[in-house]
Design a protein around this ligand. Structure first.
Ligand code: S3P
Length: 207
């Protein structure tokens, strides 16, 4: 393989859509919705790790420590990179921070960063007990600190950036689909169900 060839294949993208972003940015919910719209299977890497380990993320943090969890994330990323069937994956909020994960994430496919402000995260996750990093006296300060640290890593990995805070879930999905179209993705046309037509006030029927 020539040097040029090797270089190209090194950076060639995998077939997946990868959702990244801070905790509470809506990766799982958006991933589920896009799974329907793109007719692709959706997987959440936190759930993949929980299934493998047979315990929750909080239990993994408590019994094995954050370092072990971060290693598990890297291993799951390698599996995703080697999976050649195009799917949608949402990654844990901390996954893009580890330097060695960044080229791996980019190799997995097209990366979409769901950007959100600290205040919006705080509102969405108030009372949540499943995120070990936010179980502290002042979660808002912690969220601000982490977002400031992580923002550059998210931006570095992203092909698409969508601000999620002030728009609806449907609008976020539409914005992502629009960006994917621009990148040459073939987006299936899906007829609205009767229920969706009612929800949007569109009462048109077939002629
Ligand atoms: C984490 C985010 C969580 C989960 C773990 C650590 C982080 O995933 O991986 O609690 O470091 O931001 P979500 O982003 O899906 O909540």
């Amino acid at each position: 393989m020539s040097k040029k060839h090797r270089k190209n294949s090194e950076y060639s993208k995998g077939p997946h859509l990868i959702l990244i972003g801070f905790m509470g940015s809506g990766k799982t919910s958006i991933g589920r919705g896009l799974s329907y719209k793109l007719r692709r299977a959706f997987h959440d890497t936190d759930r993949m790790i929980e299934e493998k380990e047979g315990m929750s993320i909080s239990e993994i943090f408590a019994s094995k420590g954050e370092g072990a969890f971060r290693q598990m994330e890297t291993e799951v990323l390698r599996e995703i990179r080697d999976d050649r069937i195009g799917r949608i994956y949402s990654l844990g909020g901390g996954t893009p921070v580890r330097m060695e994960n960044q080229p791996l994430i980019k190799k997995c496919g097209t990366v979409c960063y769901l950007r959100i402000t600290a205040e919006e995260v705080y509102e969405r996750l108030k009372g949540d007990t499943t995120r070990p990093l936010l179980q502290c006296d002042d979660p808002l300060s912690k969220i601000k600190e982490l977002i400031a640290k992580r923002g550059p890593a998210y931006e570095r990995c992203a092909d698409i950036v969508v601000d999620t805070g002030s728009i609806s879930r449907d609008q976020v999905m539409e914005a992502i689909l629009e960006e994917l179209r621009k990148l040459g993705w073939d987006i299936p046309v899906i007829e609205k169900t009767e229920k969706e037509n009612e929800d949007t006030g569109d009462q048109r029927t077939e002629p």
